[in-house]
Design a protein around this ligand. Structure first.
Ligand code: SF4
Length: 416
């Protein structure tokens, strides 16, 4: 059953009319609630008694989209009668009907049959993480069956969302955040199930005229090609941080994990990234203590990560998941806590080196929040900046900064 929220501003007449609309909607089988809540469809019954009332009426659109970025909105009442154009922003506003047709609104909504015609597919949901950064969910499922991973059993096979739905979602997200993170369960598989698709680069093309900058959440080596990188390099709003899953730097362990590359192939892709993006942040995930990981494998991994020079790493001690192939592997990994310590130490040093390399350089940042007297913001290559400012900086504002010195887990930066 579709959920509808009715938001009413202004006078008693509006209240009564909203109740009439609600009653009719309920008779058509909708689940109706009054006021702002999480729903599929919204009706804003607006007021124009003052400028402030009109402003409040318009502000409800942003409030609704924060709750549900895929919402479909109908606007009626005096403010929309007064100036319908003020509400025609983005395709989430389905109709602006003023006062004349207000009482037949329930019928209109029923006839529009948004469930089948206009709403995004039920599987398709993006998530706003904060006011600065929003996630654009473009792909679900995974066919890779890495031997340690349960995800393909839970999420099913790879499915790419249709480009037109992603495009519509992006339009909404752009109004909410200045940075979009393109995400999926196995993002690199985007387009494999769409005939004639150019893959993930098609998503990058959606950002061509976007006001938002964008980054990819996590990539597999197979997607890193000369063609992919050379096209990405054309986008000024692309964030040069590549989270490239490694998992292990030992070829034996990679094979046992059913990862389809060797460490040599991985390094080749890293070098290719650096050819196009010399100052890229290259981050990764590592699993330490995989059941087949011998002392030699662990040493090989440690050597390899030093060779790559990651800007940051997520380090996970192996954890057995029931139902995976690795569950049945004989466990020969020893001293896992020490291995985690060793990898963490190298990771800390590499991160410090990367930050130091960027001291004195200019970067674009977007303000996120505040902590202990500093404004926090990330560079495109994902260095956390700590910024002091005498004037108030608003979250989602973009600035150019110079990195002054390393500090905590990032760097002190000054606005230029
Ligand atoms: S680790 Fe990633 S690529 Fe491997 S099976 Fe899990 S979701 Fe798929």
């Amino acid at each position: 059953m579709k959920k509808i929220s009715l938001i009413t501003l202004g006078c008693k007449v509006n209240q009564v009319e909203s109740e009439q609309i609600a009653e009719k909607l309920e008779s058509y089988g909708f689940d109706v609630s009054m006021g702002l809540g999480v729903s599929d469809i919204y009706v804003i019954n607006t007021c124009a008694v003052t400028n402030e009332a009109e402003r409040k009426s318009r502000n409800y659109i942003a409030k609704i989209l924060k709750l549900n970025p895929s919402a479909k909105i109908y606007v009626c009442g005096c403010s929309s009668e007064n100036d319908p154009n003020k509400f025609k922003k983005g395709d989430y506003v389905v109709k602006v009907i003023g006062n004349k047709d207000k009482l037949s609104l329930a019928e209109t909504i029923k006839n529009d049959n948004l469930e089948s015609k206009n709403l995004l597919s039920s599987e398709y949901k993006s998530r706003v993480t904060n006011r600065t950064r929003a996630d654009l969910f473009v792909q679900n499922g995974c066919n890779n069956f890495c031997t340690y991973c349960i995800i393909p059993y839970l999420r099913g096979r790879e499915t790419s969302f249709p480009l037109n739905e992603i495009k519509a979602e992006l339009k909404i997200l752009e109004t909410l955040a200045n940075e979009i993170v393109v995400t999926g369960i196995n993002l690199s598989a985007y387009g494999k199930d769409i005939e004639g698709s150019d893959g993930l680069i098609e998503i990058a093309r959606l950002f061509k005229d976007s006001s938002a900058r964008f980054r990819f959440s996590s990539l597999e080596v197979n997607v890193i090609t000369e063609k992919f990188l050379s096209e990405l390099a054309e986008y000024n709003n692309f964030c040069d941080q590549f989270h490239l899953s490694l998992q292990s730097g030992s070829n034996n362990t990679l094979k046992a994990m059913n990862r389809h590359y060797t460490k040599e192939q991985y390094l080749e892709k890293v070098n290719l990234i650096r050819k196009f993006f010399p100052n890229a942040g290259i981050t990764t995930d590592i699993i330490v203590g995989f059941p087949t990981e011998t002392e030699d494998d662990a040493a090989e991994t440690l050597d390899f990560i030093k060779q790559v020079k990651f800007s940051d790493m997520h380090i996970f001690p192996y954890s057995k998941r029931n139902g995976t192939a690795a569950e049945k592997f004989k466990n020969v990994a020893k001293n896992v806590a020490q291995r985690v310590k060793d990898v963490s130490e190298v990771s800390r040093q590499m991160k410090a080196d990367f930050i130091n390399k960027n001291i004195g350089l200019t970067h674009e940042v977007i303000i996120e929040n505040q902590k202990e007297g500093y404004y926090l913001a990330h560079t495109k290559n994902f260095i956390l900046c700590y910024i002091k400012s005498k004037t108030e900086l608003l979250s989602n504002q973009k600035f150019n900064v110079r990195l002054v010195k390393s500090f905590a887990d990032g760097a002190i930066a000054e606005i230029i």
